[in-house]
Design a binder for this molecule. Structure first.
Ligand code: 5GP
Length: 125
């Protein structure tokens, strides 16, 4: 999928739309999700035009990949989630219901998060 520079997170990165910022450095921006699904729900996005994890890891320079991943860990620590535990998740494409076509890692925490996936399938491959 080609990168759409008018997606909502690109607009947040350009400062055209406000966000409730948690952390920012030269590689990444972290901000609270507008529709939180846990007591703490923060999104971390890389500062570059990447749709998904596959796109990012194939195309981004190594310093940006390292900086972005460090920002995810630093954000979880700043949010006070490390001791109690937390979950990171990155949706990609239709099967995962990715809504915004700019790579983002969700950080969920602040409560026991339950099973990793809803068990709504037969369990048979
Ligand atoms: P996805 O389904 O693409 O993995 O998740 C997109 C996330 O972005 C959703 O959790 C949604 O609530 C969040 N989101 C969508 N628009 C905005 C926005 O304008 N601001 C913020 N802070 N979050 C947004």
């Amino acid at each position: 999928m080609a990168y759409d520079k008018n997606n909502i997170f690109a607009k947040i990165l350009r400062g055209e739309i406000p966000c409730n910022k948690v952390y920012e450095d030269e590689w990444a921006l972290a901000f609270h999700d507008i529709n939180p699904q846990a007591p703490t729900h923060v999104l971390v996005i890389p500062k570059g035009p990447y749709v998904s994890m596959a796109d990012f890891t194939a195309e981004a320079p190594a310093d940006l990949i390292a900086g972005f991943m460090r920002a995810v860990g630093k954000t979880a620590e700043m949010l006070g989630l490390v001791d109690g535990g937390y979950r990171t998740l990155a949706n990609a494409g239709d099967n995962a219901h990715q809504e915004v076509p700019h790579l983002h890692i969700h950080i969920f925490g602040g409560k026991a998060l339950g099973p990793m996936l809803i068990k709504d399938w037969s369990g048979k491959l």
